[in-house]
Design a binder for this molecule. Structure first.
Ligand code: WA2
Length: 269
C-alpha cells in the first residue's frame, strides 16, 4: 500500500537527488571549460610564439592562481607529444629522462607523452610518460583523434590512490578544420592538456555542504557498459530492494561515456 508518507519520502528523495546531480554536473562543466581555456593558453603561448613564451614557472603560477575555476580537479598538467626519433634531443634539452608512471626510465616506445608543465598540486607527474598508464593512454589516443575533451573510466589516481577520472584535451600545432580526419589530427598533435577529477575527495566535499546529507547515500556510476556499471563515487550499497531509490542522469560532456547518480535513504523512512 502506498501511503501518503511514502509518497512524500519519494518526492523528497527525488528532489535531493536531482539537486545533487545538477550541482555535480555544473561543477564538472565549469572545470572542463576552464581546462579547455588552458589548452588554448598552451597553444597560444607555447606554440604560436617562437621561442615559446611559456615555462614551468609561469604555468605553475597561472594554474595556482586560477585553481578556484576548477573546483573538482586536483591539478592540471601539459604532456608533450615526443616521437622516438626526437627523444634524445628532447631529454638533452629538458635535462631529464622520460620516466614511466611506475617511475622507471622509459623503455623504447614509438612515441611518448612526458609531462613538461604541471600545477604544483600534481608536480609528481612531471617527466612521466602519460602514455605508460592504460587509462591515460586511451584518453590521449581518443582525444587527439577526435579533437574533443574525453574522460577515462573511473580508476585509482597516482599518489592519492583516490578513485577519480582523468580529463584530456588535445593541443594541435596548427588550426584544423572542424572536419579534419583522425589521421590529420594525429599528425598535427602537439600534446595533451588535462587533469584528474579527484571524485573520491572533492565530490565528498561538495555533498557535505548540502542540507540533508546525513539522510541520503549517494553513488555515481559510469554506466557506459550498461551491463557492467563501474562505481565512480560512494561505497557500493547492499542490494536492498526494499529501500527507496532514485536515479538521476548525469552528463559530463563526453558522449562516449554515460554516467548516473543513484540516491537512497540510509534508513527506511
Ligand atoms: N593527472 C593526475 N593524476 C593522475 C593522472 C593524471 N593525468 N593519471 C593518473 N593519476 C596531463 O591527459 C594529459 C593527467 C594527464 C594529462
Amino acid at each position: 500500500m502506498r501511503t501518503e508518507s511514502m509518497r512524500k519520502a519519494e518526492e523528497t528523495l527525488t528532489s535531493m537527488c536531482e539537486e545533487r546531480a545538477r550541482m555535480l554536473q555544473e561543477q564538472f562543466a565549469v572545470s572542463v571549460n576552464h581546462v579547455h581555456a588552458l589548452a588554448i593558453l598552451v597553444s597560444t603561448f607555447h606554440y604560436q610564439k617562437s621561442p615559446p613564451a611559456l615555462d614551468q614557472e609561469t604555468f605553475a603560477d597561472y594554474t595556482a592562481s586560477t585553481a578556484f575555476e576548477r573546483p573538482l580537479l586536483n591539478g592540471v598538467a601539459y604532456a608533450q607529444r615526443v616521437v622516438h626519433a626526437e627523444r634524445q634531443l628532447f631529454e638533452n634539452q629538458q635535462g631529464w629522462m622520460i620516466k614511466t608512471m611506475k617511475r622507471d626510465p622509459s623503455p623504447v616506445q614509438d612515441e611518448y607523452a612526458p609531462v613538461i608543465y604541471s600545477q604544483e598540486t600534481v608536480s609528481y607527474i612531471e617527466a612521466l610518460d602519460m602514455m605508460s598508464g592504460e587509462e591515460d593512454r586511451e584518453n590521449i589516443l581518443r582525444a587527439r583523434a577526435t579533437g574533443k575533451a574525453v574522460l577515462t573510466r573511473p580508476f585509482r589516481l597516482l599518489e592519492s590512490n583516490h578513485l577519480g577520472v582523468v580529463l584530456t584535451f588535445p593541443v594541435y600545432l596548427l588550426d584544423l578544420p572542424a572536419d579534419a580526419t583522425a589521421e590529420e589530427r594525429v599528425r598535427a598533435t602537439a600534446g595533451y592538456l588535462g587533469g584528474a577529477f579527484d571524485v573520491e575527495s572533492l565530490v565528498e566535499n561538495l555533498l557535505r555542504q548540502l542540507a540533508g546529507n546525513q539522510e541520503i547515500m549517494v553513488n555515481v556510476y559510469d554506466v557506459t557498459n550498461a551491463s557492467e556499471p563501474l562505481i565512480m563515487y560512494g561505497t557500493n550499497p547492499p542490494d536492498d530492494h526494499m529501500l527507496l531509490s532514485h536515479v538521476s542522469m548525469l552528463d559530463f560532456g563526453d558522449p562516449f561515456r554515460k554516467h548516473q547518480m543513484k540516491c537512497r535513504y540510509r534508513e527506511k523512512p
